[in-house]
Design a protein. Structure first.
Lengths: 264, 245
């Protein structure tokens, strides 16, 4: 089952939304069996990148391959699990009814709803209406739905937002168990302290990829004490480079214009 | 298209409805209530009720089904469940037919109730066969459902979806021949009313009111209404895009 080709292979991906470039020539790979963290501030393009991987984002140019196939291929639809940032489950159905429906759509085994409920620790709430659950519980129902059918790639958009530290830790343990079982996880977060829990990191800012490495290698390369420090140091480097290559970069052009106007 | 996924979707939509008993009650009872009001608004003048009862038996369910379906499918779009479903192996038609089956069942129940009330209790007297009245009433409910599914694609919020009722249905109501016979309208208005599905629904009901038997003209009207239903469902499928900006 293990395959040496990467789970996700993105080449020169550009996405434009509302006339504004949101992703600018992104190149990256996600290794099979990894827990790869996609980190960056809110609004930097993380969700757009994840949507491109799942194949629901209209892209401007570039190539996105997932498990060896073009992203969004019909053959991938029961091999990739996707959890959107806002819980995408039916508030007016019980937890179990939600999972049974999605399991039926996926053609997952009949025992799967109970299995995934157990995995996210929601078995006691199986009969509860989703609309009556707390925000964190709702997010876990949404996650459970993505685990149905044991997908080979899980794309999770901020799955731990709003969860208490104990639950967050439990979920990260679950992610590593799934990876140990052969799955690949691509997990976004804007909380830098979650970086240490990943086996690989992608750091993003303003639609560009700043770095792609293991947490330790990033710390070593930047000499920073934590990932937040490494991020800041990488941003400073990137800004210096951008100004040096002002003629190649529209954004730097604007900055330069603003600067020259300031001196007039 | 896949039967198992279509049926699973229909069952899910019905389960969702079940958790909202007030909506179910309003779906089934509001058309009945309106027909009772109509009867007593024309206090004792049975001939007025006989001439208006059939067309309105078609129109009320259509309006109610339109609203409920438009909002239900809009909710699917705005809560992200549609995006999730479209990343799964669910065909667009599976989803639409699932909705159509579930709400079609509601339309059938609603039609049966309103029909039983109008013909049984309120004594609506028409020249045509009463089973045909029921058939047209249910077809009108289905048409309302399909139009609601379709227009929900153009609404970004529930406010907009609800506004489509006056924007989309009221012009049809004005031109369908209920207020003034279609033959007496100006040529261009008549032409417009010729392409609006509600005109055919009301034509069918008017024919059943005044003509005995189930004539070919009624059959043609019924086919047009069902054809528009299928067309709206097909257009609805086109508006479901897996990739969005």
């Amino acid at each position: 089952m293990m395959n040496s080709s990467p789970a996700v292979d993105v080449r020169a991906l550009c996405v434009v939304r509302g006339g504004r470039p949101v992703l600018q020539r992104i190149d990256l790979t996600v290794a099979r069996g990894s827990v790869t963290g996609l980190l960056g501030p809110s609004g930097c393009g993380k969700t757009t990148l994840l949507r491109s991987v799942v194949g629901v984002q209209r892209i401007e140019s570039g190539e996105v391959r997932v498990l060896g196939l073009p992203a969004g291929s019909p053959a991938l639809r029961n091999r990739v699990g996707y959890v959107t940032q806002a819980p995408s489950v039916y508030a007016d159905l019980s937890v179990l009814a939600n999972l049974r429906y999605f399991a039926e759509v996926l053609g997952a085994p009949r025992t799967d709803p109970d299995r995934v409920l157990d995995e996210v620790g929601l078995s006691p709430h199986a009969k509860d209406l989703v609309g009556r659950l707390s925000g964190g519980q709702r997010a876990r129902v949404s996650l459970a739905a993505a685990l149905l059918g044991a997908p080979e790639l899980l794309v999770l958009d901020e799955p731990t937002v709003g969860l208490d530290p104990v639950l967050r830790q439990e979920l990260w343990q679950l992610f590593h168990r799934l990876a140990a079982g052969g799955a690949t996880l691509l997990v976004s977060s804007h909380v830098m302290d979650e970086a240490a829990r990943c086996t690989a990191l992608l750091l993003m800012r303003e639609g560009r990829l700043l770095a792609h490495d293991t947490p330790q290698a990033l710390l070593d390369a930047t000499g920073a004490a934590d990932i937040e420090g490494a991020f800041l140091s990488l941003v400073a480097d990137a800004d210096t480079d951008a100004h040096a290559e002002a003629h190649m970069d529209a954004r730097a052009d604007e900055d330069a214009e603003a600067a020259s106007e300031g001196t007039r | 298209m896949n039967i198992r996924r279509t049926l699973a979707t229909a069952r899910r939509v019905l389960l969702q409805l079940r958790s909202d008993p007030r909506t179910v009650a309003m779906l089934l009872l509001v058309p009945c209530l309106l027909i009772v009001l109509l009867k007593y608004a024309f206090d004792g003048r049975q001939e007025v009720f006989d001439s208006l009862g059939a067309p309105l038996l078609g129109i009320f369910p259509m309006v109610v089904m339109f609203l409920v379906t438009a909002v239900a499918t809009l909710r699917e779009r705005t809560t992200g469940t549609l995006e999730r479903l479209l990343t799964m192996p669910l065909g667009r038609l599976d989803l639409l037919l699932g909705y159509a089956l579930a709400f079609g069942l509601v339309a059938l129940l609603q039609g049966l109730l309103a029909f039983g009330l109008t013909v049984g209790l309120l004594g609506l007297d028409i020249a045509g066969p009463s089973w045909a009245l029921l058939a047209v009433a249910v077809a009108d409910g289905l048409l309302g459902m399909a139009l609601g599914l379709f227009v929900s694609a153009f609404a970004a919020t529930e406010f907009q979806a609800v506004q489509f009722m006056p924007a989309f249905l009221l012009p049809q109501l004005l031109l369908c021949g209920l207020f003034t016979p279609r033959d007496t309208m100006a040529g261009w208005l008549h032409a417009v009313s010729d392409v609006l599905p509600l005109s055919y629904a009301v034509d069918a009901m008017n024919r059943l009111t005044s003509e005995a038997g189930f004539g070919g003209a009624v059959a043609v009207d019924l086919v047009v209404v069902l054809g528009c239903t299928l067309l709206a469902l097909g257009l609805g499928a086109v508006t479901l895009r897996r990739r969005t900006a």
